[in-house]
Ligand binder design. Structure first.
Ligand code: G1P
Length: 303
């Protein structure tokens, strides 16, 4: 794809991680939900690694009370590193260093839990006036899918903001932001223009079955809109509502395109999908898959 020299390329990523994780209580009573292990890495590490793979190594995490483990996880533990080195356990040493080599990670607290839109607004000062990515930790996108890179390319070419959409069964739309779209003349088939967005509509009122998934590349104009966005669905300040204003408006910083994604997405946001994600990802691993797959077959056959 040819990049226009007019639009700056996205460099920064914002990861909202202030949510309470009530769906996983009691596991999340004293531990952030982002630290739940997906096989042997905390869920949040997959997301930071995805950002790094897309060339984004300026990360801002929006945290809150009880989230200190996130800061510790991305920090060095010199004593542990030294003892692994002395023991010659370089495999483990590499694994713990992986988490600290993922870029510049900054943290800021969202003092009031006023919703996803408000969490993104907390990033305003750090981001400044340049396009930025937002990655939601409940969605894991396989690195090889290169969704984020593609979204960054589309944003640089088209300007405005870019979201990711995925077809879901109609019955499930009420768990997502849902978009109405129109095709883009002469564009690739998976890039569409967003004409309408609704946060978590009832199935019979949804404009389509295209669900917003947790990857965004946003024009900083979104901050101006969020500053005057009142509470929406669930009495929270919704990012979707600000994006709807950007989709409807015209001029510098407005306009929303979407990449329609049909690759592999793992949802770790609720118990059942979390379990499925752990099973799928472990059975695909070289170290665990060969032993796990036959066991899974026997287990399933005996059900
Ligand atoms: C958030 C967004 C929603 C989006 C979803 C994707 O909802 O508000 O528009 O579809 O993430 O995972 P949440 O799942 O945080 O309730």
């Amino acid at each position: 794809m040819i990049h226009s020299s007019l639009n700056p390329r996205t460099r920064k990523v914002v990861i909202p991680a202030a949510g309470m994780g009530t769906r996983f209580l009691p596991a999340t009573k004293a531990m952030p939900k982002e630290m739940l292990p997906v096989v042997d890495e905390p869920a949040i590490q997959y997301v930071v690694a995805e950002a790094k793979a897309a060339g984004l190594d300026d990360v801002l995490m929006i945290t809150g009370r009880g989230k200190r483990a996130l800061e510790d996880h991305f920090d060095r533990v010199p004593a542990l590193e030294r003892s692994l080195e002395l023991e010659g356990d370089f495999g483990k040493l590499q694994k713990i260093q992986d988490a600290t080599n993922l870029g510049n990670i900054h943290f800021i607290r969202q003092i009031d839990a006023l919703g996803l839109g408000h969490a993104v607004l907390c990033a305003q000062q750090h981001v400044g006036r340049e396009p930025f990515a937002v990655l939601l930790g409940d969605d894991l996108i396989a690195e090889q899918e290169k969704l984020l890179e593609r979204m960054i390319d589309v944003q640089q070419e088209k300007g405005g903001s870019v979201i990711a959409l995925m077809k879901v069964p109609r019955a499930n739309v009420s768990a997502y932001g849902v978009a109405a779209v129109s095709s883009v003349d002469g564009g690739p088939e998976d890039v569409v223009r967003v004409t309408d967005l609704v946060e978590k509509p009832e199935a019979d009122q949804a404009p389509s079955n295209l669900a917003v998934i947790g990857r965004y590349v946003l024009d900083p104009t979104v901050f101006d809109i969020l500053e005057r966005t009142g509470p929406g669905r669930g009495n929270e300040i919704q990012l979707t509502d600000a994006l709807q204003v950007l989709a409807e408006g015209e001029g510098e910083g407005f306009g929303v395109h979407a990449v329609v994604f049909s690759g592999k997405r793992y949802d770790t946001g609720d118990k059942l999908s979390y379990l499925k994600a752990v099973i799928e990802l472990s059975s695909a691993r070289e170290d665990l898959g060969p032993a796990l797959r036959p066991w899974l077959k026997d287990f399933a056959a005996a059900l």
